[in-house]
Structures are given as structure tokens and as C-alpha cells.
Design a protein around this ligand. Sequence first.
Ligand code: IMP
Length: 173
Amino acid sequence: MSRVTQFLGQAEIGERVKAVACAIRADAGPDVPVHLVGVLKGAFIFMADLMREIGGPVSCDFIAVSTYAGTVSTGQVQILKDLDRSIEGRYVVVVEDIVDTGLTLSYLQDVFRTRSPGSLKTACLLSKPSRRRVDVPVEYVGFTIDDRFVVGYGLDFDEQYRNLPFIGVVGED
Ligand code: IMP
């Protein structure tokens, strides 16, 4: 495994997760049940921390998609595992690790819209706007970053590095 240079530290990530959680709860209102839909696998750590910071009634479900081989976006989205429960009428927040080209999220938002949620919003930990190929709405963004491939805090390179507590760049000094 190559060396990973830290880019965003644990404390910095924790603060932004809290801020995103506060914004989600403030927008939803104090008593509205928020239904988080995590996009596996990359979002699972962000989702776990975010969920614990939101407070009030919160439930969760997961969808698994495959879009990437290595670092190359194929633009092909495949649902590997669908949601367990209906999202009809629910206050849904899609939780993504990173929005890069936006193709994955755009596809998922289209799918979820056909299922008649009461509200559909998206929270992503990281966003790379310079890479965007489709205009996709993202209400909550943890960090906006430049075009670089990052790992850690759930994000992988060939299934490695997800367990790093920080976000970093592989093989850079
Ligand atoms: P998009 O469809 O191009 O927006 O890609 C979204 C997915 O690509 C994310 O959910 C990640 O799984 C993966 N991805 C994009 N950029 C990175 C990165 O820098 N590190 C790790 N995974 C990435």
C-alpha cells in the first residue's frame, strides 16, 4: 500500500459533519422524522457520524451502487442493492461520500423522485465542482475540493484506505 498524505484531519471533518447535521435538522424542523439514504459503500462512515449528530427522529436505509473501476469514471451506474423500505412521503436526505462528475447522484435522484418522497435533499461530504458533467442539486456540502483523488473516512482506492480516520491523497508528499 502506498503512503497517504493527510488532506483533511479528523477534527476538521468532525466539525463539518456537525454543521451539516445542524443544517439538516434546522431545515427539517425539530419533530420531522429524517430518513437518511446512504450510498454504499463510500458514505457509510460519514453516514454513521452524521446520523448521530442530527438528533430527533432519524431513520436510515442504504443503497449500493457501482460506478468506478480504480480511479476511472465509467459513467455507468448499476444498483447492486436497492433500499429495503419505501421512501414514499418521507423526508429523505441522500447521503453521498463525494460528488465528482455528478452522474451517480443525478441517476439516483431520478430514481428516488419516481418513488414519491415527501422531500428529497442531498448531503455530500466532499464535492469536486470542477469535474461536474451534469448539474445536480446538492443542498449540504461538507467540503469543496480541487480535482484530486482522495481516500479515507469511507472513501477507497481499489477497496483500500476506507478505514483511515482522515481524508488524504495517495502517494503525494
Ligand atoms: P460521480 O458519479 O463521478 O459523481 O462519482 C461518484 C462516486 O465516485 C463517489 O460516490 C465515489 O464512490 C467515487 N469517487 C469519485 N471521486 C472519488 C475520489 O476522489 N476518491 C474516492 N472515490 C471517488
